[in-house]
Design a protein around this ligand. Structure first.
Ligand SMILES: NC(=O)c1ccc[n+]([C@@H]2O[C@H](COP(=O)([O-])OP(=O)(O)OC[C@H]3O[C@@H](n4cnc5c(N)ncnc54)[C@H](OP(=O)(O)O)[C@@H]3O)[C@@H](O)[C@H]2O)c1
Length: 263
C-alpha cells in the first residue's frame, strides 16, 4: 500500500487514538464523490483503506491523492457487478493484507427513466451494481470478519429507497433491496460481532446530482429544510461513526442524512 513520505507507520501523524487503527476497510466506488470522502475519513480515523473503481488508473490516482494527507490506501479496479471478480479480488487482497474488518458498499449508478420507457438493460445495470454488488462484496468479506469476531458492513442507500421517486424505479428498488439485505445481514451475523447498517443520504453535491437539470435541483432544494444539498463529508461522518466501536450495539438500522428532507 502507498505510504506517505517519512511516515512508515502509515498513519496520519499527530492524531492518536482515532478509533480505527489497524482495521482494514474496503470502500467500493471510492474514486470520487461520497465514497472518496468516506475513504478520507476512514484514513483519518486510522484505518487502512482499499478503494475500488471500474478502472485501475482512476482507482490508483484517487488512492495516491488520498494518502497525501497520510495513511495507507490502495486503489484497485473492481466492477462490483461482476460477482466472480469480486470474490477473487477480495480473496487476493485478503491474502496480502489480511481480512477486511469494514466494508462500505458505496458504488452506485443511475439509469433514470419512467417505467413505461425504462429499458431492461437499464434495470439490470442498476440492480447489478447497486444491489447485487453489495451482496457480492458482503459475501466475500463475511468469512474474514467472522474469524475476527468483529465486522462492520455499511451500505450507502438513499432517501428515495423509502419514498419512491419518479423516473428511478430501478434505483429505488435497488436501494430498498439493499436496506432489506442490511437487515438480514444484521440478523445472520449479530452473534459474531458483525453489525450491518445503512446510511441513506438525501441529495448530496456530487457528479451524480450535478448531472440533474437546474430546474430539478431548484425544486428539490425547496424541500430541504436546511436549504442546501449535503456535502459528501456529511455522509462520511455517519459512515465512520457506524464503523466505530461507539456504534457496537447498533445494527440493522438505516441512518438518514438528508438535511431534514424526510422526517
Ligand atoms: N449524490 C447523491 O445525492 C446520493 C444520494 C443518495 C445516495 N447516493 C449513493 O451514494 C453512492 C455514491 O454516490 P455519488 O453521488 O458519490 O456517486 P458518483 O459521484 O457518481 O460516484 C460513483 C462512484 O461509484 C463508482 N462505481 C460506479 N459503478 C461501479 C461499479 N460497477 N463498480 C465499482 N465502482 C463503481 C465510481 O467509480 P468509477 O467511475 O471510477 O468506476 C465512483 O467512484 C451511490 O451508491 C449513490 O447511489 C448518492
Amino acid at each position: 500500500m502507498s505510504h506517505p513520505a517519512g511516515n512508515p507507520s502509515g498513519h496520519p501523524s499527530g492524531r492518536a487514538g482515532r478509533g480505527l487503527e489497524g482495521r482494514l476497510a474496503l470502500v467500493t466506488g471510492g474514486t470520487r464523490g461520497i465514497g472518496n470522502a468516506i475513504a478520507r475519513r476512514l484514513l483519518e480515523a486510522g484505518a487502512r483503506v482499499v478503494i475500488t473503481g471500474r478502472d485501475s488508473a482512476g482507482a490508483e490516482k484517487a488512492a495516491q491523492e488520498l494518502v497525501q494527507s497520510g495513511g495507507e490506501c490502495r486503489g484497485v479496479a473492481l466492477d462490483v457487478s461482476r460477482f466472480d471478480d469480486v470474490q477473487e479480488t477480495v480473496k487476493g487482497l485478503e491474502k496480502e493484507l489480511g481480512p477486511f474488518a469494514i466494508l462500505v458498499n458505496n458504488a452506485g449508478i443511475t439509469r433514470d427513466d419512467v417505467v413505461m420507457r425504462m429499458k431492461e438493460e437499464d434495470w439490470d445495470a442498476v440492480l447489478s451494481t447497486n444491489l447485487k454488488g453489495s451482496f457480492a462484496c458482503a459475501k466475500a468479506v463475511i468469512r474474514g470478519m467472522m474469524k475476527q469476531r468483529w465486522g462492520r458492513i455499511i451500505s450507502v442507500t438513499s432517501i428515495v429507497g423509502g419514498m419512491g421517486n419518479i423516473g428511478q424505479a430501478n434505483y429505488v428498488a435497488a436501494k430498498a433491496g439493499a436496506e432489506g439485505l442490511t437487515r438480514t445481514l444484521a440478523r445472520e451475523y449479530a452473534s459474531r460481532g458483525i453489525t450491518a447498517n445503512a446510511v441513506a443520504p438525501g441529495f448530496i453535491d456530487t457528479d451524480m446530482t450535478r448531472a440533474m437539470e437546474e430546474a430539478a435541483r431548484a425544486r428539490l432544494m425547496g424541500q430541504i429544510p436546511m436549504e442546501r444539498f449535503g456535502q459528501p463529508e456529511d455522509v462520511a461522518g455517519a459512515v465512520v461513526f457506524l464503523a466505530s466501536d461507539e456504534a457496537a450495539y447498533i445494527t440493522g438500522q438505516v441512518l438518514h442524512v438528508n438535511g431534514g428532507m424526510l422526517m
